[in-house]
Design a protein around this ligand. Structure first.
Ligand SMILES: C[S@@+](CC[C@H](N)C(=O)[O-])C[C@H]1O[C@@H](n2cnc3c(N)ncnc32)[C@H](O)[C@@H]1O
Length: 221
């Protein structure tokens, strides 16, 4: 794990207590490592999060970037704020339509609690917001839409905007042939990545201490 400033240690503990449904130590640590790459390699562009819910990971992302001296980097977050859409045939029944409802005010409040500026919030279904509300250049994207169609549309719109060396991390991407510990409850996510990238897939598996299911795509430089 990267060395963390004192305020990040406190925030990490708070997130693991208050937002345990959507963040875990593995996720926080993996996102930290990927953001460090983006900053160290001076990758051009904004950070986007597709599926921000109450803003927990967005707050972590802002705080890590600030700690890395990258306070000027813009963060854009996207969510229906109506909860999940209807799952499709490729999805499991682990989550249902309408689960995970939050509000833009929740995202603002999560950031205000830690004195951080809110990200730019784009409310609406990805099919309505992504075509014309994404930044032109993306340095880092966190795709956390849980379902096949939500993941696929994120890839369709984000991959072409990735800067050279830019990174996408896809949550719930479980390739148990590479990481048998990965949680495999949302199989539509990996299916969407396979559909988008084809075979052999350029997705890399990120392994954590527990059941992390993270896939990463890095645009070649
Ligand atoms: C697991 S939650 C995100 C958690 C958040 N990334 C975090 O770490 O704090 C998934 C979110 O994706 C949103 N979502 C899923 N599919 C969507 C779609 N097609 N359009 C807009 N929002 C969507 C849901 O509303 C939900 O808030």
């Amino acid at each position: 794990m990267v060395t963390m400033a004192g305020s990040l240690i406190d925030l990490r503990a708070w997130l693991l207590h208050e937002h345990v449904g959507t963040v875990c130590a593995d996720r926080l640590d993996a996102i930290t490592e990927q953001l460090r790459l983006v900053v160290d390699d001076q990758i051009d562009g904004a950070v986007v999060e597709l599926g921000c819910y109450r803003g927990a990971m967005a707050l972590w992302t802002r705080s890590v970037l600030d700690a890395l001296g990258d306070a000027g980097r813009a963060i854009h977050v996207y969510d229906s704020f109506q909860g999940l859409p209807e799952p499709g045939p490729a999805d499991s029944d682990h989550l249902r339509q309408g689960e995970l409802v939050a509000t833009p005010a929740d995202v603002v409040a999560t950031h205000a609690e830690w004195g951080r500026p809110s990200p730019t919030i784009h409310a609406g279904w990805f099919s309505d917001t992504l075509p014309n509300q994404l930044p032109e250049a993306i340095a880092f994207g966190y795709l956390d839409g849980d379902f096949h169609d939500s993941t696929l549309i994120g890839l369709v719109h984000c991959v072409p905007r990735l800067s050279p060396g830019g990174l996408l991390v896809v949550d719930d991407y479980a390739d148990t042939t590479v990481n048998p510990k990965a949680w495999d409850g949302l199989p539509g996510v990996k299916l969407a990545c396979d559909e988008y990238f084809g075979h052999p897939s350029p997705m890399e598996v990120l392994v954590g201490d527990e059941d992390l299911a993270f896939g990463r795509y890095r645009r070649p430089t």
